[in-house]
Each structure stands twice: as structure tokens, then as C-alpha cells.
Design a protein around this ligand. Structure first.
Ligand SMILES: [Zn+2]
Length: 132
């Protein structure tokens, strides 16, 4: 399966090329750092560029709303579209986060593709999933 090969190749490439950060302590720090950069990139899209806005308020949810209704009643609070520059910056941050997540998996002898399959199976079992 192609996706299987892509994930395994990526994980192997990370293992071969990530020489300077071999310690789990270094990698844990990099995951936190890249996560913070991702958050900052999104914030800058709102506060510096302005291509997107965050418009949030408490949603009005009827007491008889079902989980299926919530999908229609709740929104992302994101208004607008990312400009090309902000999209590239955020994609770079997501990429680095994936890179260091792969490094964590390598150091703990885990396979990212297996983890994704397991998570997908869990989502299908749980149906409408509450991330809270
Ligand atoms: Zn922008």
C-alpha cells in the first residue's frame, strides 16, 4: 500500500538524517518548541497578517441536540482564508511537528503508520468523537 511506504520511508529518512538530536530529551524539547511555533504561526496570521480572524463566542446549543446536531451547530471560529505566505509558514510548522513526532516514534521503536491505523480504528469505533 502506497501510504504505508510513504510513512515508513519518511520515518526511515528521519532516523538516518536526524543526527544532532538523538536524545529523547532533545526530541521532547523539539516537539514542544515546534508545537509552540505552530501556535505562534496561527496567531500571527490573525494579529500581524490579518488574512484570518478568530470570531468566537459561546454557541447556542438546544438542550435536545444530538451529537450529530453538534457537528452543524459548532464551528471552527476561523473566518477568512489563509494567504499563501501564512499557509506556507503554517505548513512548515506542521511539517516540523510531524518530523519530530517521527523522531519520537523512532526512538521508542514505534511505527507511525501503525499508530495512525490504530487511531483511525478507534475513531470509527467511537463514532462521533468528543475531543474534549
Ligand atoms: Zn496571511
Amino acid at each position: 500500500m502506497l501510504k504505508d511506504i510513504v510513512f515508513d520511508e519518511f520515518q526511515n529518512t528521519v532516523s538516518e538524517l536526524l543526527i544532532c538530536n538523538r536524545s529523547i530529551l532533545d526530541i521532547m524539547g523539539k516537539v514542544q518548541e515546534t508545537n509552540a511555533r505552530l501556535q505562534q504561526s496561527i496567531i500571527k496570521s490573525v494579529t500581524r497578517c490579518g488574512c484570518i480572524k478568530i470570531d468566537a463566542s459561546r454557541p447556542a446549543i438546544p438542550s435536545d441536540a444530538t451529537m450529530a446536531d453538534l457537528k452543524l451547530l459548532l464551528d471552527s471560529h476561523v473566518k477568512g482564508m489563509l494567504c499563501d505566505n501564512c499557509q506556507e509558514t503554517i505548513e512548515n510548522s506542521v511539517g516540523k511537528l510531524i518530523l519530530y513526532t517521527a523522531a519520537v516514534c523512532n526512538l521508542l521503536d514505534m511505527n507511525m503508520y501503525d499508530i495512525i491505523l490504530k487511531e483511525q480504528k478507534q475513531l470509527k469505533i467511537l463514532g462521533y468523537y468528543n475531543l474534549a
